[in-house]
Ligand binder design. Structure first.
Ligand code: NAP
Length: 292
């Protein structure tokens, strides 16, 4: 079994981005600039946004964090997005999800200028991705693809089983894996909560992407020998032995599954780190697409 190490791969991506920023600065050009909007003070969202900003700083990107209280009116949020859309110094805009219940997420996402949609959640980005056109790819599936590429994992003709069909992970990764191209060309089965015989389907998989948000769900008896296992799950599980009071668990029972598979991503230290690396790549793409 070989570990698909998110630390190593994300660092390689970030090193290459850092070099590109240095080259831009040598040409007296400005750095790419990411604006992140955070509503409320959800612990996990705070951590994700802080990490995104920190990673921007590490590689020399500019970043702006815009914070709102949980009870912010939708109208105010929409105005802020318009302002960022019209600000030429901002290349990428992300709104940390989930948003409070009184705000319609789709309304917010759909207002982001598709040219600044670095999370790749806008319908224009989704449409382009489905058609195989150059576009922003949602950061988590993009990060998974970068990982497959880094480790040169053969995907052509393989059977990939994706557990989960969300718009941010399951659905886009199923599209990317089935596309005609390098690290695509899989035959993909998408599973969800209504899928029957999930265990039998998983046992046919050469590649499994677990993205359902149920800690330790994928057990060894669901995984074919030498399969590639990508664990997307991130769930905070109460753990009194930790200072924070919780530990982070993936959707795969790592201890059980790791000995039977060929490659596996750890949690933490796997797909989560790749998600941030992919977001940074999307931000550079937004910057470069403007002809900078
Ligand atoms: P989501 O929107 O809640 O979607 C979960 C999907 O899993 C749904 O399609 C659901 O089916 C399916 N599902 C639930 N229980 C199932 C079961 N028993 N058998 C088969 N399918 C089942 O979640 P998400 O946003 O995609 O996130 C999934 C996990 O990835 C979460 O742990 C999340 O925290 C994590 N995540 C990690 C990253 C990262 O950077 N690593 C990024 C995003 C998300 P239905 O459609 O039928 O309800």
């Amino acid at each position: 079994m070989q570990l698909l190490d998110g630390k190593i791969v994300s660092q390689a991506v970030k090193d290459s981005l850092k070099e590109k920023v240095l080259a831009l600065k040598q040409q007296q050009k400005r750095a790419p600039h990411l604006a992140a909007i955070l509503v409320g003070s959800n612990g996990a969202s705070e951590t994700y946004v802080a990490s995104k900003i920190k990673n921007c700083e590490e590689i020399g990107f500019d970043s702006t964090l815009v914070r709102f209280d949980t009870d912010v009116e939708e109208e105010i949020l929409l105005k802020k997005i318009e302002e960022l859309n019209n600000d030429d110094s901002i290349d990428g805009i992300l709104v940390q999800l989930p948003l409070p219940k009184h705000i319609q997420e789709s309304k917010i996402i759909n207002l982001i200028n598709p040219d600044k949609d670095v999370d790749g959640f806008h319908p224009v980005s989704t449409g382009k991705m489905v058609l195989g056109l150059p576009s922003f790819i949602p950061a988590t599936p993009y990060g998974i693809m970068l990982m497959l590429e880094h480790y040169k994992i053969e995907t052509s003709g393989k059977h990939a089983v994706v557990i989960g069909r969300s718009n941010i992970v399951g659905r886009p990764i199923s599209i990317l894996l089935s596309q005609d191209g390098k690290y695509g060309n899989c035959t993909v089965t998408v599973c969800h909560s209504r899928t029957k015989n999930l265990k039998e389907i998983c046992l046919q998989a050469d590649i499994i992407v677990a993205a359902l948000g149920k800690p330790g769900f994928l057990k060894a008896d669901m995984v074919k020998e030498n399969a590639v296992v990508i664990d997307v799950g991130i769930t905070r599980v109460k753990d009194d032995s930790k200072k924070a009071g919780f530990s982070i668990k993936g959707d795969v029972d790592f201890d059980e599954v790791a000995p039977t598979c060929s490659y596996i991503t750890p949690v933490p230290g796997g797909v989560g780190l790749m998600t941030i690396a992919a977001l940074l790549k999307n931000t550079l793409y937004a910057y470069s697409s403007k002809g900078n």
